[in-house]
Ligand binder design. Structure first.
Ligand code: COI
Length: 328
């Protein structure tokens, strides 16, 4: 069988080739992001594998279906970029990735610590031999309450990681995870907002939680709250974040994902003009750390993403159980 692999990065090539060889699958690799303009690349392929930068809407799925595509894998855990209902209507089967949560959880703790210790400013100063301490006094985790929104695989691993720091840990989720019960205290969403010094989001993006962090929820938080987002940018309303940083209600913002990041992240834009005022306005603050959606990016996760992406399609196409198939 043939699989068209979009958004293929150099660091994925060895794993892609190895899985293609092992399974006897012919892979066509392209750096292009999937869109109607690049749909034609999938001609003659039963399977398409993508990452997270394209919007996989009805029109694109129709175009792929017409070209013979019947299986789609996203080499990402999140699948909010895919119109799953439309795929189901067409009969295109879809699977995602299920890499271990450790990489993102490690990165989240790093982001919390960098925010608490004003590390962006310290790093900037070091570039010009300014080693002063003024304005860099931090806070210790043991004195803080850290609120984790979402206690699924990643949220639970963040809680596990944090449990060694001596902080009080609060958790909010619609479903309780028994694995975190002894380490975190489940509270209501409002209690978490009101009591936490640091709030970190670990939710999948759904229609129901888009902009769950907005003007009203920020207003309920403690003054100088530290807000962390290593899950999906659109969980936070970027306009409300701008206002929160300007008013200093938000003390520090650490975002590996942010609303409007498409077309910015994972690219070198040194010579580009990027018309995205909110994103770049936030980016320039000394107390706002924005990374390029890289929390996932470890050797172990990339190997697993490629494996799920290629093997998942192969399993669905060969009548085998695909553990990461969506809408089974
Ligand atoms: C995910 O796996 O959901 C990610 O956020 C990773 C990224 C390549 C989009």
């Amino acid at each position: 069988m043939k699989i068209m692999v979009y958004e293929a990065r150099q660091d994925e090539l060895a794993e892609l080739e190895a899985h293609g060889r092992t399974l006897g699958v012919e892979l066509t690799l392209a750096e292009e992001v999937p869109s109607l303009d690049t749909a034609q690349l999938a001609e003659g392929c039963q399977g398409v594998s993508i990452l997270g930068q394209g919007r996989i809407n009805g029109a694109l799925l129709d175009a792929w279906y017409a070209l013979g595509v019947r299986y789609l894998s996203t080499r990402t855990v999140g699948y909010d970029h895919i119109d799953l209902e439309h795929a189901k209507k067409l009969g295109i089967r879809v699977c995602n990735a299920a890499y271990d949560p450790n990489g993102v959880a490690d990165f989240t703790v790093m982001m919390i610590l960098m925010c608490l210790r004003h590390y962006k400013q310290a790093l900037w100063r070091g570039q010009v031999n300014d080693f002063s301490l003024n304005g860099l006094q931090g806070r210790e985790m043991k004195d803080l309450t850290i609120g984790i929104i979402g206690s699924g695989r990643i949220g639970a691993q963040v809680i596990r990681n944090l449990s060694g720091f001596g902080c009080r840990i609060l958790a909010y989720d619609l479903r309780r995870n028994p694995e975190v019960e002894g380490m975190a205290e489940y509270v209501t969403f409002e209690e978490l907002l009101e009591q936490s010094d640091v709030i970190s989001l670990h939710m999948p993006l759904l229609d129901s939680n888009r902009h769950m962090i907005d003007r009203e929820t920020i207003a309920r938080m403690k003054d100088s709250v530290v807000l962390i987002n290593c899950s999906r940018g659109e969980l936070m309303d970027i306009e409300a974040l701008v206002e929160g940083v300007e008013s200093q209600k938000i003390g520090t913002l650490g975002m590996d994902t942010s609303e409007g990041e498409e077309g910015i992240i994972h690219g070198d834009h040194r010579v580009d003009i990027l018309p995205n005022r909110n994103w770049f306005y936030l980016h320039q603050f000394r107390n706002v750390i924005m990374t390029q959606h890289m929390a996932f990016y470890t050797d172990a996760a990339v190997a697993s993403m490629v494996r799920c992406g290629i093997r998942g399609i192969w399993e669905m196409a060969h009548g085998q159980n695909c553990a990461t198939e969506l809408m089974k």
